[in-house]
Design a protein around this ligand. Sequence first.
Ligand SMILES: Nc1ncnc2c1ncn2[C@@H]1O[C@H](COP(=O)(O)OP(=O)(O)O)[C@@H](O)[C@H]1O
Ligand SMILES: [Mg+2]
Length: 243
Amino acid sequence: MNPSERGEGKGPPEGRLAYLGTLAGGLAHEVKNPLSTMLINLGLLREDLQAAPENPERILKRVGILEREVKRLDQLVQSFLRLARGFDLAPKPTDVNGLLRELVEFVEPEARRQGVAIRCSFEESLPSLRLDRGLLRQAILNLLVNARQAMPKGGDLLLRTSLDGASAVVEVTDTGAGMSPEVLARCFDAYFSTKKGGTGLGLSMARRIVEEHGGSIEVWSEVNRGTRFAVRLPVHGGSPPSP
Ligand SMILES: Nc1ncnc2c1ncn2[C@@H]1O[C@H](COP(=O)(O)OP(=O)(O)O)[C@@H](O)[C@H]1O
Ligand SMILES: [Mg+2]
């Protein structure tokens, strides 16, 4: 991939208040759609109850839509709080290759259905790292899901681990749609999504989790060629010892 098309994960903006402001603005914007859907469906539900209370089918359909939108709102608020407050890490010695093997098993059936072949190349001498296993799992899963979604007509997904000085590196490479320079520049922004129904929170969450572990994420991408994310995690220290 062309190194000039390489974008780098930026840390949270200098000013914490500015960052919170951007985040809150994004939340307010994202909340509008589900709220208006709920309002419309509540109006229709009222009409159905007045006009045809004996027809539970229609009424249940409206309730189903309301439930879906309430869940979406709940997820939006929870993700917002996690990004705004940060995480309470519970770091424990973790076998990263083992965690990745579990994740591959988890995503493989769906990938196979889509014609995506997953290949693994693990550095077996990787030492165990002090990590919050559940959160790191979430971060890497977000990268794997994006990679699969970038290959709707199939392709290759390569998952690789390596040691680079004092860092363990986890790379997720796909042969999918890739990103234009404009998308690449914004892909880590909270609520930025090019997908229908996308939350735009997967990468901002992944970056936040990795940075709280003292690591970093880099990305390289080229349209119609593919994308590579590299997660670097410190082998020693990085996360404070638990009290
Ligand atoms: N592997 C990838 N290949 C191509 N584009 C990607 C990839 N990963 C992320 N992107 C781009 O970055 C955007 C933000 O990703 P993300 O934060 O996970 O949100 P979402 O997946 O909900 O859109 C995506 O909408 C997509 O445009
Ligand atoms: Mg995503």
